[in-house]
Design a protein around this ligand. Structure first.
Ligand code: RUB
Length: 300
């Protein structure tokens, strides 16, 4: 039988599958395959652990796996066949709900884009792209600036997708942000999230906090777009999210004997964030606890 879980964990680790929402959906699909293979609760727990450890920062990954393990636990008294059918169907519902939340955020977030806006975005986020593409479809004319996003250049993906959707896009190097915000008269910044903490701090691609600090200094709105599955229930209990350290070779292989650090994410403090767009609506960062309470069920 194919090792779907092992393959998915490998794809997440190597970043063949990347972006917090896609990671969560891929993990859910792998868990669904395990359920369909008739695995026991113990085997499902082991598969869940493998998936959860594939990358450390995106909270959507453990949140998705934990949710599925909870369903499996609730269904444990069913016959083998009923367990398989019911759990697999519930996982599919969960995946569909995540995809619907992407559309809902696109709908809500696109209302924040006004004619002639210049929007800056960092890295590549399906959630932010959804917003921009929806605004374009609704006939709003606006421009986008996207950062290169060193070292892995996810900004190239953003630029390609926006171009394909006929949204005018300009690519800049990461270090141009402060200059470009002023020079191009950027109106709003939109970024995605890998994790949202109970105090409203947001963890996203390295460099996000620098963009936020520059934007705040110029009174430019800094908007985060994220599904509630990225809110961290464990942050309520003081858990610090691990920032992934990636290999130095992603930065350069030219400097022998020089120590190279390659942190993949950073923390943007809540006071630099104007609003957070979720599928439940727009909240101030201080409203993060409500999302956790009602939709992530902090304390479960
Ligand atoms: C991707 C990244 C994205 C968030 C949100 O980092 O930081 O902004 O994951 O993406 P990496 P989405 O490339 O290291 O995975 O909105 O698609 O979930």
């Amino acid at each position: 039988m194919k090792d779907v879980v092992g393959r998915t964990a490998k794809d997440i680790k190597s970043m063949k599958v990347r972006g917090a929402l896609d990671i969560a959906i891929a993990a859910a699909e792998a868990m669904q395959a395990s359920v369909m293979q008739g695995k026991t609760q113990k085997e499902l727990a082991r598969d869940g652990a493998i998936l959860k450890h594939a990358r450390p920062t995106a909270v959507s990954l453990p949140n998705a796996v934990n949710y599925i393990l909870k369903i499996a636990e609730e269904n444990r008294r069913l016959s083998r066949d009923d367990f398989r059918k019911k759990t697999a169907a519930q996982i599919l519902d969960f995946i569909a709900e995540q995809r619907r939340s992407l559309e809902r955020i696109a709908e809500i977030g696109s209302r924040l884009i006004e004619p002639k806006d210049t929007i800056l975005t960092h890295c590549q986020s399906d959630t932010v792209e959804g917003i921009l593409i929806k605004a374009k479809k609704d006939g709003v004319k606006f421009d986008v600036v996207c950062t290169e996003t060193r070292p892995r250049h996810q900004g190239y993906l953003t630029a390609r997708i926006l171009k394909k959707n006929r949204i005018p896009v300009t690519l800049v190097v990461d270090s141009a942000v402060n200059y470009i915000l002023k020079k191009m008269e950027v109106d709003k910044v939109f970024v995605g999230a890998d994790a949202v903490m109970v105090n409203g701090d947001v963890i996203n691609k390295i460099g996000t906090s620098q963009v936020a600090v520059c934007a705040t200094a110029m009174d430019i709105e800094f908007i985060v777009a994220t599904q509630s599955i990225k809110f961290s229930p464990e942050s309520v209990y003081g858990k610090i999210i691990e920032i992934e350290d990636r290999g130095p070779e992603e930065v350069t292989s030219e400097l022998k004997g020089v120590r190279i650090l390659n942190p993949a994410f950073d923390v943007t403090p809540a006071n630099h964030i104007s609003k957070i767009v979720t599928e439940q609506g727009i909240i101030p960062p201080a409203g993060a606890y409500n999302i956790l309470k009602y939709f992530q069920k902090a304390g479960d």
